[in-house]
Ligand binder design. Structure first.
Ligand code: 5RP
Length: 235
């Protein structure tokens, strides 16, 4: 009997990659958990195996609340010695593991937890896998008093920033969403934007990108090793 994939909703694809991500959970360790709807599906899957882990480090207040609802112990990042794995969604991802994140506004804490983790597993549905980053507006977290200064500097870099209205981050800051970037060198732009005084961080995750990308497609989950194209040391 031939297998014809039936149409799947975006949520079903997110749930499928969330389930697959459980394979990357390390027993008897803490796990870093991201934010957003795909991460929420992961938290719900994690609840089924919570007895295997010590607990979780959350990348946002909402993630911490959802983890606690499932009786998964939540600990501060400062109290863990090591974090073998961080699992999170993204707004856009390249096959090399560079990402735009922050659609949900949790980019700074996500970047901090990701920086500590030994392995970053990105979980996305196929609509998020792109050749070039930039269609999704790039979120930039900004100290409120620096908002106008940062916006002017972003315009100089070729972007069109817009204040995310009615939104305050978990850190008490504002978000500028920047349209108009076609990002050919994500690590370079990440560094340049982070160098603007008043920027807390931006939603480019390229300097520390994903190591593994799980992509949900109607035919199943595709696993991409983000490092497979990178050249080895020259001899
Ligand atoms: C939140 C994020 C999310 O990972 C990103 O916005 C993707 O969200 P979703 O899984 O709901 O599509 O970076 O700050």
């Amino acid at each position: 009997m031939s297998h014809v994939p039936t149409a799947m909703t975006q949520d079903e694809l997110k749930q499928m990659v969330a389930r697959e991500a459980i394979r990357y959970v390390v027993d008897d360790a803490y796990i870093g958990v991201g934010s957003g709807s795909t991460a929420n599906f992961f938290i719900d899957e994690l609840a089924g195996i919570k007895g295997r882990i010590k607990g979780a480090v959350a990348s946002s207040v909402r993630t911490a609340e959802r983890l606690r609802k499932h009786s998964i112990p939540v600990v501060e990042l400062t109290s863990v010695d090591s974090l073998p794995v961080y699992i999170d969604g993204a707004d856009e991802t390249t096959a090399h593991g560079a990402m735009i994140k922050g659609g949900g506004g949790a980019l700074t804490r996500e970047k901090i937890v990701a920086a500590v983790a030994a392995k970053y597993v990105c979980i996305i549905d196929q609509s998020k896998l792109v050749g070039v980053l930039g269609n999704f507006p790039l979120p930039v977290e900004v100290i409120p008093m620096a908002r106008s200064h940062v916006a002017h500097e972003l315009v100089k870099l070729g972007g069109q920033p817009e204040l995310r209205t009615g939104f305050t981050t978990d850190n008490g800051n504002v978000i500028l969403d920047v349209e108009g970037f076609r990002i050919l060198n994500p690590a370079e732009l990440e560094g340049r934007i982070n160098n603007i005084v008043g920027v807390v961080t931006n939603g480019l995750f390229a300097i520390r990108g994903a190591d593994v990308i799980l992509v949900g497609t109607p035919a199943g989950v595709t696993t991409l090793d983000a490092h497979r194209f990178q050249p080895g040391p020259s001899r």
